[in-house]
Every structure is written in structure tokens, then in C-alpha cells.
Design a protein around this ligand. Sequence first.
Ligand SMILES: NC(=O)C1=CN([C@@H]2O[C@H](COP(=O)(O)OP(=O)(O)OC[C@H]3O[C@@H](n4cnc5c(N)ncnc54)[C@H](OP(=O)(O)O)[C@@H]3O)[C@@H](O)[C@H]2O)C=CC1
Ligand SMILES: O=C(O)[C@@H]1CCC=N1
Length: 280
Amino acid sequence: MFGQQGGIKLKAVFIGAGSMAEAIIAGGLKSGALQAENTYVTNRSDAIRLNELANQFGIQTGYEVESVLQEADVIVLAMKPKDAAAGLEAIQSSINEHSVVISLLAGVGIDFIEKTIGKPCSIIRAMPNTSAAVGKSATAIALNELVTAEQHQSAIDLFAAIGLAITVDESQMDAVTAVSGSGPAYIYYVAEVMQKAGEELGLDHETAKSLIIQTLLGAADMLSVSDGQAAALRKAITSEGGTTEAAIRTFDEMNVKEAISAGVKEAAVQSKRLGAAYQC
Ligand SMILES: NC(=O)C1=CN([C@@H]2O[C@H](COP(=O)(O)OP(=O)(O)OC[C@H]3O[C@@H](n4cnc5c(N)ncnc54)[C@H](OP(=O)(O)O)[C@@H]3O)[C@@H](O)[C@H]2O)C=CC1
Ligand SMILES: O=C(O)[C@@H]1CCC=N1
């Protein structure tokens, strides 16, 4: 069960124990936004996974969720969208008008969650990313009209403790999901391709890996200090007749720009599709 509450300790219950729950818990515990004794995690049936999380983080885990839900300051929905209805129906009776529900469900609208819970409560739709595990999530949140200023601030504080946290209108959530929810995967995709190309060019695995990680870290820092001036930073690397120009020319000839743009937009369409499956 939950430990004693004191100070601003937040009692959080995670419904779902997958990669996103783990990333938020890891980052939240590290930053102090969550405390192990006040963090409870459950899943559908994978007790081995719950044991792993309990051992790794010292958090509370189990399947006796009714009482913990009644004590919870926040209930985090961290199951896949396809499992949302079953998951919500199972906890519906333990949710009350004081509950604050934070949904991580990609595509699933606040109206579907409201309807499935079937009683008024504060709902925050959040789109973090897995970089939460290292305190570097980019999280956007949208609120229903019952979220108080204090609850809004608590949610911002929680997500700010694991990275950047901003508030958007719910209509922007598909775009947010496409850009920053899935975004780390696009960068890992590029890293995978660069790793393979580096090895094909004769670098050993470790050398290529170290160079790529440092290159990504450095580029991210440069973007940050230049306030996102990506085009200008790219031009500064691209000498006339040089190697970068040769690479970018090849990317352009192979329509890489269009491919990335189409991929990001397709992710937004998929977010809408997921949502359409969960209309009231
Ligand atoms: N992964 C990411 O990068 C991001 C994910 N999200 C969103 O976060 C959510 C979780 O994603 P992710 O962590 O990747 O998913 P995972 O598949 O890794 O984990 C899903 C978890 O939900 C549990 N679960 C399923 N049904 C129920 C239920 N009825 N009651 C309780 N627990 C249940 C599963 O338990 P069991 O194993 O026992 O079946 C599992 O622990 C999704 O909605 C996704 O859209 C948002 C932003 C980024
Ligand atoms: O791929 C997905 O559906 C989830 C949502 C954003 C990142 N992962």
C-alpha cells in the first residue's frame, strides 16, 4: 500500500507497466517528482514484469488496485489504446469526483475517457516520450474543463520533472504525437542507419557507436543553444564541394526530405485513426 504522505508527495497509480510507465517512473523517481513508496503499478497479468519493476525501483506493485485508487492523487492510464476500454471499465468504480486521471493513450480523446468512466472527474491527456527515463521527455498536455488550476500545475510539475512540459489544445494532440511522442524513434532510426553505414565503411562497432552518440548529443545541444536554427547550423557544416554537400545532395536525390515529412504526417493520421476507433 501507499506510504505515509508528507510534504508534496504525490500518490500515483499506473495502470499499465510497459515502456512508457517505466520511463516516467524512472525519471520521476530520479527527479524526486515521484517517491517509490507512493508509486503503485499494476498491469493486466504479467506478474514477472511487476516483480522486475518492484525490484528495480522499490515501488509498490500488485493487483489489489481498488483501495490504492481511492487514495491516489493521480491515476495514470499507461495501457495500449486497444486495452483502454477494458482497463477503464475495470477501475471505473474506484474513480471518484476527486480523481485526477492522466491518460497517455495515443489518439484516444478525452471525451472517450470521460464517457467510459461515466462520472465527472478531472482528465489530463498527456503525450510524453520515452526520454522521460533520462529526464528529457518532451510532453504536451491537454485538459478537460474539470481540471483545476492546482491540478494543472501539479501535472505540469510532474512532467517538468521529467523534461519539458507544455499545455496545448486537445486538437493539437495528433500533431504532438507525430512530432514528439514518436519522435525519438525517428532519431533512433537514423542512428541505426548511420551505425550500419559506418560499419560498412570499415569502422568497428564500438567506434561507430561512440561517434554517433556524441554526434547526436552535440547536434541536440547546438540546436538548443541556437534556438532551433537547424537550417543555419546545417549550412555552417556544408562546405562548397565538400563531403556534407555530397551527402545532402544524395539525400535530396533520394527524396529523403519528402519521406521524413510523409512519415511524420502519416503518424498524425494514424493517431487520428486510433482516436476514431474510440469515438463516443
Ligand atoms: N512507448 C512510447 O514511446 C509512448 C507510448 N505512449 C502511450 O503510452 C501507452 C503505453 O504504451 P507502452 O508503455 O509503449 O505500452 P506497453 O505495451 O509497453 O505496455 C502496456 C501495459 O499495459 C498493460 N495493460 C494492458 N491492459 C491492461 C488492463 N486492462 N489493465 C491494466 N494494465 C493493462 C499491459 O499489461 P500486460 O503486460 O500484463 O498485458 C502492459 O503492462 C500507450 O497508450 C501509448 O499510446 C505515449 C507516448 C510515448
Ligand atoms: O507508437 C505509438 O503508438 C506510441 C505513441 C507515441 C509513441 N509511441
